[in-house]
Ligand binder design. Structure first.
Ligand code: COA
Length: 393
């Protein structure tokens, strides 16, 4: 029995900043942002949105009435947790009305957490084939105003329903993974923003890809020409391309061109959203599946996951017969197109807003489906203002 991704959706807030405007404001050449880094727009959230609202909004697009009774686990991969103790998954489990006899917890290892959650889900479903696991990768990639990483910021969540006999992508048992204890990006408990060694994170990302890819090749015998597309973790859209280019001399020109074309399809959404940390690889996968005119059922996709610190993994999936029917292309593209553009001054003000601390209270209104409506006694209260766009049942 094959296990894998049965449904797949993302959610991003309804505000964005244009990268030309940011570059001009910071005194940089816009070409550096658009071409050198590869980012056109940055998703921006209001203070009443956090990883819980993002995750619940992404998941509510794919969780059906029947699913609520069949989900045994809700796993959230994140590095933007809102509590050192209580897991966001517990609150999302409640918001989505999942049956009570379920496990709900959070997984952390920088941008790798979503992949850890996905494989944990797969192992569970292997032994409980009539049950489902909801995997959510939800993050707010924030480096700070005028920081080195500012142009790569982003925010959003991806939700994946993991089941037996999946309708979109099977996940094979061929993972190769790697752990190396380094400090390229980390966020001490006291700090709102991460500490980043940009050049080290770039080089470790590429070297990690080469190591897990070559190891995978040795173990499976699969070469670049055996893949219809490769999907990468996308901290910014130029990053995965650099990793891909670093191994392209292993194949001929025709395959190089083909894989680079698929790569461009995989970054279309990320160019308009920015980094989603744990969700980035999966936003790239959605972009690839929803934008490629050449992929078809049975195609083999390679996926590379990287989390600073550092853990990485390369694994394979196959597109299932009829997978196109279960994509949410139209509603995803509508979500991207319907966003409101903000000025740099508005971005700086919204970015700097904070929820009350130390027991203080505040109330909010929102035009986003699941949002925070109140903070009181250090508890965030959530409600669903409007229904999400319809899902496909
Ligand atoms: N036109 C076109 N390209 C330009 C340019 C211009 N006017 N000016 C610079 N560039 C190019 C540079 O040549 C460079 O390209 P290259 O990497 O292919 O050589 C690219 O833009 C970035 O320039 P750089 O000077 O390295 O940028 P930076 O010092 O601002 O740092 C990051 C870039 C990604 C390191 C920084 O944004 C960061 O720390 N991000 C967060 C960490 C991260 O995402 N790490 C990735 C692995 S997890």
């Amino acid at each position: 029995m094959k296990i894998g991704i049965d449904r797949l959706s993302f959610f991003i807030p309804n505000l964005y900043l244009d990268m030309t405007e940011l570059a001009n404001h910071r005194g940089d050449d816009p070409a550096k942002y658009h071409i050198g880094i590869g980012q056109d727009q940055m998703a921006l959230n209001r203070v009443s949105e956090d990883i819980i609202t993002l995750g619940a909004n992404a998941a509510s697009r794919i969780v059906t009435e029947q699913d609520r009774e069949l989900i045994d686990m809700v796993i959230v991969g994140t590095e933007s947790g809102i509590d050192h103790s209580k897991a966001s998954a517990v609150i999302i489990h409640h918001l989505l009305k999942v049956q009570p006899f379920a496990r709900s917890f959070e997984v952390k290892e920088a941008c790798y957490g979503g992949t850890a959650a996905l494989h944990m889900a797969k192992e569970y479903v292997k032994n409980h084939q009539d049950r489902k696991v909801l995997v959510i990768a939800s993050d707010m990639a924030r480096y700070g105003l005028a920081s080195g990483g500012e142009v790569t910021q982003g925010v959003g969540a991806v939700a994946m329903m993991v089941t037996a006999d999946p309708r979109i992508l099977t996940i094979e048992d061929d993972s190769t993974f790697l752990t190396e204890d380094i400090y390229d990006f980390w966020r001490p408990d006291y700090s709102e923003f991460p500490i980043v060694d940009g050049p080290l994170s770039n080089s470790t990302y590429i070297e990690s890809f080469q190591k897990v890819w070559n190891h995978h090749k040795e173990l499976t015998g699969l070469k670049l020409e055996d893949y219809d597309a490769l999907s990468f973790h996308i901290p910014y859209t130029k990053m995965g391309k650099k990793a891909l280019q670093s191994v392209l001399d292993q194949t001929d020109e025709e395959n190089q061109t083909r894989l680079l074309e698929r790569y461009e399809e995989s970054i279309r959404y990320s160019r308009r959203v920015g980094n989603l940390y744990t969700g980035s690889l999966y936003l790239g996968l959605i972009s690839l599946l929803e934008n490629s005119q050449t992929l078809s059922s049975g195609d083999r996709i390679g996926l590379f996951s990287y989390g600073s610190g550092a853990v990485s993994e390369f694994f394979t999936g196959y597109l299932v017969e009829g997978y196109q029917e279960f994509l949410m292309t139209e509603s995803h593209q509508e979500m991207l197109d319907a966003r409101k553009q903000v000025t740099v001054a508005e971005y700086e003000a919204i970015f700097s807003e904070k929820l009350p601390e130390n027991g203080e209270s505040a109330e909010y209104t929102s035009d986003v489906p699941f949002s925070i409506y109140k903070v009181e006694n250090d508890i965030r209260y959530y409600k669903q203002y409007t229904q999400n766009l319809a899902f496909i049942s």
